[in-house]
Write a protein that binds this ligand. Structure first.
Ligand SMILES: Nc1nc2c(ncn2[C@@H]2O[C@H](COP(=O)(O)OP(=O)(O)O)[C@@H](O)[C@H]2O)c(=O)[nH]1
Ligand SMILES: [Mg+2]
Length: 397
């Protein structure tokens, strides 16, 4: 039976519309490696780290081709240092971390270590850390004016807010030193005189582990590609720690619209598809951040006009004390707004652990971690991984 032409056209249009809708639905679900459990997002189905991972592309500076001798005045090292804020009491946790990083990377390149502390370092601390490296170690005290709560902070209000956060089981919320540490890492570290002449830093914390041999100079890698920041892990934060961080950020942006990078990461910062409850509770910020206990960064970005003005605005707003703003979300929002997204790099090849999360690539250069395993512990930890949102909105570079 012949079908009239208009009916045929209508049928074809319906098929096209259905195909278009199916395509749209697939798009909005994001990358296929995101798995959706019965109660919504529950982590990544196939971690991209399960696939073989090699070194990054392009020219790499290697220790066998260049002078990286510890005392050489004309070495191939660029202007960079390993930095660590640490307490004397954490010495025993720091030593295995230093051993890991020296064995996998710095033993070849001999970049200096700079240790920071709000108290003077003990002689034992200095002796035992220097014994772990051929490179030079420096021991720096954080000036009181960088560590003490600023004079506009009302300590009574701090204690009251901390008690409320503590009832909500927010870890460290009533520990003043934790708030001070987060503030220092957010906006003070790059102002320390010991870092004045440095361009790049790699942040290291006691107790973290490194699993893979990295056979190229990561600082030269940053420099050659003009990168701003490198990370390993992308995580959600607890929204209760930062309810007014995004509203304060929006105020800052409204007053300084020209600071926004033309290739910013706004879509990632405000994603409300992966964990909508988080974005809502954090008043518009997804809480997704670069986990800053590992970071390789360009100090000029943090010292720059935009980030420093942003930090000063946040500092005045008081949330480092009245809430529990972490340096990870603050760095991440700063980068997401003011940096060029193409200049942020995922160091997928650097095997890393800070309890309880991992970045473990599938590579013969790695040992003692399981490729693609993101966490150790309870399965609910899987949903803290927000790399899928980062990969979707920013990319996998
Ligand atoms: N000197 C000093 N370092 C601190 C203090 N609080 C934290 N840190 C350091 O700051 C970093 C982050 O602290 P950590 O306890 O690991 O916090 P977490 O990773 O959020 O659990 C680590 O390198 C600590 O050694 C402090 O009061 N004084
Ligand atoms: Mg830590």
């Amino acid at each position: 039976m012949a079908v009239a032409r208009p009916i045929r056209m209508l049928g074809a249009a319906c098929i096209l519309l259905c195909l278009f809708l199916i395509f749209q639905i697939n798009q909005s679900q994001g990358p296929s490696f995101i798995s959706k459990g019965s109660k919504g997002y529950d982590g990544m189905k196939n971690d991209p780290l399960s696939n073989p991972t090699g070194e990054p592309e392009g020219h790499l500076w290697r220790a066998e081709d260049n002078d990286y001798a510890p005392d050489s005045a004309s070495s191939a090292r660029t202007n960079a240092a390993l930095i660590s804020l640490v307490r004397n009491e954490e010495l025993n946790d720091l030593i295995p971390t230093m051993k890991d990083l020296e064995r996998t990377w710095n033993g070849k390149f001999n970049y200096p270590w700079i240790f920071f502390n709000d108290k003077p370092f003990t002689e034992e601390f200095k002796k035992r850390t220097q014994a772990e490296t051929k490179a030079k170690c420096y021991y720096e005290q954080v000036p009181k004016e960088h560590w003490d709560p600023p004079e506009w902070i009302n300590m009574e209000l701090f204690r009251e807010s901390a008690a409320i956060l503590n009832e909500q089981k927010i870890q460290y919320s009533d520990k003043l030193s934790y708030h001070q540490m987060c503030r220092w890492n957010s906006g003070m570290f790059y102002k320390h005189s010991a870092l004045k002449n440095y361009k790049y830093y790699w942040r290291v914390e006691p107790k973290v582990q490194f699993f893979c041999n990295v056979d190229y100079d990561v600082f030269r890698f940053m420099e050659d590609r003009n990168l701003t920041y490198g990370f390993t892990i992308n995580l959600f934060d607890a929204p209760q720690t930062l309810p007014t961080l995004w509203p304060e950020t929006k105020k800052f942006l409204a007053a300084n619209p020209s600071y926004l990078s033309s290739n910013n990461m706004m879509e990632w910062l405000t994603d409300n598809t992966l964990r909508p409850d988080h974005t809502e509770a954090a008043n518009g910020y997804s809480t997704c951040h670069f986990w800053s206990n590992f970071e390789i960064g360009d100090l000029d970005f943090f010292r720059g006009e935009q980030y420093d003005a942003y930090f000063n605005h946040l500092d005045r707003a008081g949330g480092f004390f009245y809430e529990r703003w972490g340096d990870a979300p603050v760095h991440s929002i700063g980068l997401g707004l003011f940096a060029d997204a193409a200049k942020v790099h995922w160091f997928r090849d650097i095997g890393y652990n800070h309890i309880p999360y991992f970045n473990c690539p599938n590579s013969p250069k790695c040992s003692k971690c399981t490729p693609g395993k993101f966490y150790a512990g309870e399965p609910f930890l899987a949903k803290e991984d927000c790399r899928p949102s980062y990969f979707k909105h920013v990319g996998m570079h």
